[in-house]
Design a protein around this ligand. Structure first.
Ligand SMILES: C[S@@+](CC[C@H](N)C(=O)[O-])C[C@H]1O[C@@H](n2cnc3c(N)ncnc32)[C@H](O)[C@@H]1O
Length: 322
């Protein structure tokens, strides 16, 4: 696979001036977010650097092997087989790649629309090269029209273990076989915003760092710790042994309505959710403490898994101090 992604190279390398003179400086806000500073703002966040020229390597040949990381991005099967073993992932769009940098992921390279180079001119790219190409070359390399105009390839970091995650979390979401990247990204966004500390994934779940998950999560996959939970479903016992109540979310009408959970069931909750279509397996339900339903109206039989996650996270966190 690596061989199939590697091709030949041509280039005309140039240097552009850093665009900070044309932009307002960037500083960290109290929440750790990046915002634009007023006059005199001097703070510097991880991934944002002081004024110096950015070397930009122009790419004119779609087969240039320096941009092999970005090849065939629309081929989900190929990418999911290739990215994790090679320790990389792709971020799309300026906001998302800035979030990855702030979370401490090291960039391998950037690939941008030549007209948008200045958008990332203030980044501390370390040793990561910046490549620029026309929209047509970008499309030929990636397989799609890169309308956000900015891509970056990052190095993955070692994942924590489930035990590490459980040792510090108060509330977690556990997913069984959720292999749709859009749902996964939405779930991470809901988890981050609604007071859940971490996500545990059964071994057959999709990769949270796949490009679409990263984009749909708006970069929250970088903020929420996650780990693989296995062997599945026996490892649910590990979650219970760590002091969590495992709440199996199911649309079954005879399950306990979520708003009627006892205080001790809510105190340290592990919300267990299943995939579209099949839902939770019998074995996973058997590994839980209680089956829980979000009651619905008008005869609707179930919610999308990301919607169900958001509702359940909100319900369990509604009394948290904000
Ligand atoms: C689309 S549903 C799967 C529907 C499947 N036919 C079933 O019976 O579970 C995907 C997941 O979302 C969660 N879910 C969806 N609607 C729910 C509801 N009303 N109450 C609790 N969980 C729900 C469950 O965890 C479910 O496994």
């Amino acid at each position: 696979m690596a061989g199939a992604m590697a091709c030949r190279g041509t280039q005309a390398d140039v240097t552009i001036r850093d665009a900070r003179s044309a932009r307002r400086p960037i500083r960290a806000t109290a929440s750790g977010e990046v915002g634009t500073a007023g006059a005199g703002g001097r703070g510097v966040v991880r991934g944002v650097r002081q004024n110096r020229p950015v070397p930009v390597h122009q790419i004119t040949d779609p087969d240039d092997d320096r941009i092999a990381d970005y090849r065939a991005l629309t081929d989900v099967e190929l990418r999911t087989r290739w990215e994790p073993p090679h320790g990389l992932f792709i971020a799309e769009g300026e906001l998302v790649l800035r979030r990855a940098l702030r979370a401490g992921y090291p960039a391998r390279s950037y690939l941008v629309d030549a007209k948008r180079v200045e958008q990332i001119a203030d980044l501390d790219n370390g040793d990561a090269p910046v490549y620029a190409a026309t929209p047509d070359v970008l499309r030929q390399v990636t397989g799609f029209h890169v309308h956000r105009g900015v891509l970056a390839s990052f190095r993955r970091r070692p994942q924590p273990t489930a035990a590490d995650v459980l040792a510090t979390a108060r509330r977690v979401v556990i997913l069984e076989d959720v292999n749709n990247h859009t749902n996964l990204g939405s779930i991470f966004r809901a988890v981050a915003g609604l007071g859940v500390d971490a996500v545990l994934l059964s071994p057959t779940c999709a990769d949270p760092l796949y490009r679409r998950s990263v984009r749909v999560s708006m970069g929250e996959v970088f903020a929420v710790p996650y780990a693989t939970l296995g062997p599945w479903p026996d490892a649910l016992a590990e979650v219970r042994a760590a002091g969590f109540s495992v709440l199996a979310l199911t649309p079954a009408p005879d399950a306990v309505p979520i708003q009627h959970l006892e205080p001790d069931q809510r105190a340290r909750a592990a919300l267990l959710l299943g995939a579209e279509g099949a839902g939770l397996t019998r074995e996973a339900m058997d590994g839980s403490d209680v089956r829980v339903v979000i009651p619905m109206r008008r005869g609707v039989d179930s919610l999308n898994v990301a919607a169900a996650t958001a509702v359940a996270c909100w319900e369990l966190g509604r009394d948290d101090p904000l």
